[in-house]
Design a protein around this ligand. Structure first.
Ligand SMILES: NC(=O)c1ccc[n+]([C@@H]2O[C@H](COP(=O)([O-])OP(=O)(O)OC[C@H]3O[C@@H](n4cnc5c(N)ncnc54)[C@H](OP(=O)(O)O)[C@@H]3O)[C@@H](O)[C@H]2O)c1
Length: 304
């Protein structure tokens, strides 16, 4: 299809259903990847400060003939910047070479020491991640700072990533919370369909974006038997099936690739028949798997 399916966010803007992921995309390749994506019709690019490649992403956007205002650009607040939200956004905008992002996301609900032994991944003497004590700072305070960005013209919408129902409840019930996150970007694929979280977010007016839709590095979910079967029956690739399954559920989906032919093929989403959706939905009855699970040292994924 790639017909520009999109979803309306609670912030009033629309998010294109299919975007290009950029995690682990090397600088030299991500520039071409973003240019290729924009050339074949993508209007949604997912980036993050911590991916270290905002600059080539921004350069590709600037060099592309597609107008900035026609592109939905996301970036994310890194954990060592939770108490320096305005400063972090300015750094990302500078890297990206743009005046605003469409969506600014809290990357993880975990503040890390801003003055530790590393600017991005500070560790304690025992090697564990150097987190900020909850009494000193927490994601509720971070969100209060993010809310202030909405008045600056530098962001059109704000949201979160990797928030469980438990943490969303804390956030939404906090007296300082006046804005419901527009998006919760989470790992989501047939091995981790997130049915409960998806339903909860929908009830609260929070759109979900599915990350690692192919199972992350090397796209292992392509080899799943049911996915293969649906792909063969429909004359599609396994990646196209996985991407289309996510979109059809109502999520936006952000497959990463630095391979031009894959970037183009991934953009060809299609309408999955109800019976195929049911078969794909049933995969997690026998196999469940989370692939992105950093060792934060605190519980994050309460929904499992
Ligand atoms: N918010 C968060 O905490 C968070 C966490 C993880 C990811 N994300 C976002 O979500 C994006 C997607 O997730 P992801 O990067 O983890 O994984 P993914 O998109 O599920 O998979 C990427 C892998 O699939 C390969 N691939 C892509 N299309 C393919 C195709 N058609 N056929 C075969 N292989 C294919 C890519 O290889 P090549 O590149 O070599 O083609 C790469 O190895 C990220 O890039 C990032 O933007 C966000």
């Amino acid at each position: 299809m790639a017909t520009g399916r999109s979803y309306k966010l609670n912030a009033g803007i629309s998010i294109p259903a299919l975007g290009l992921g950029t995690w682990q995309s090397p600088d030299a390749e991500v520039y071409t990847a973003v240019l290729t994506a924009l050339e074949v019709g993508y209007k949604h690019i997912d980036s993050a400060f911590c991916y270290g490649n905002e600059q080539p992403v921004g350069k590709a956007i600037a060099d592309s003939p597609v107008a900035r205002e026609d592109i939905f650009l996301t970036t994310k607040l890194w954990s060592t910047y939770h108490s320096r939200v305005a400063e972090a956004l300015d750094l990302s905008l500078k890297n990206l070479g743009t005046d605003y992002v469409d969506l600014y996301l809290m990357h993880w609900p975990v503040p890390m020491n801003p003055a530790g032994n590393h600017p991005m991944f500070p560790t304690r003497a025992d090697g564990s991640r150097d987190l900020v004590a909850e009494a000193d700072w927490d994601f509720v305070k971070t969100w209060a700072e993010m809310q202030k960005l909405l008045g600056t013209g530098k962001v059109k919408a704000i949201g979160v990533c990797n928030f469980s129902i438990h943490n969303l409840e804390i956030l939404l019930k906090a007296p300082t919370t006046t804005v419901v996150p527009a998006v919760n970007q989470c790992e989501m694929h047939p091995y981790l369909p997130q049915f409960k979280l998806f339903e909860y977010c929908a009830a609260k007016g929070i759109h979900m974006t599915a990350y690692s839709p192919l199972g992350s590095t090397s796209a292992p979910l392509q080899d799943e038997a049911v996915v293969q079967k649906v792909a063969e029956a429909n004359g599609k690739s396994a990646a196209q099936v996985l991407i289309s399954w996510g979109i059809q559920r109502g999520a936006s989906v952000i497959p990463k690739s630095v391979t031009p032919s894959r970037i183009e093929a991934n953009f060809q989403d299609f309408v999955v028949a109800d019976a195929d959706m049911a078969a794909l939905d049933a995969i997690s009855k026998t196999t469940t798997k989370r692939v992105v699970s950093p060792a934060w040292g605190v519980k994050i994924f309460h929904d499992e």
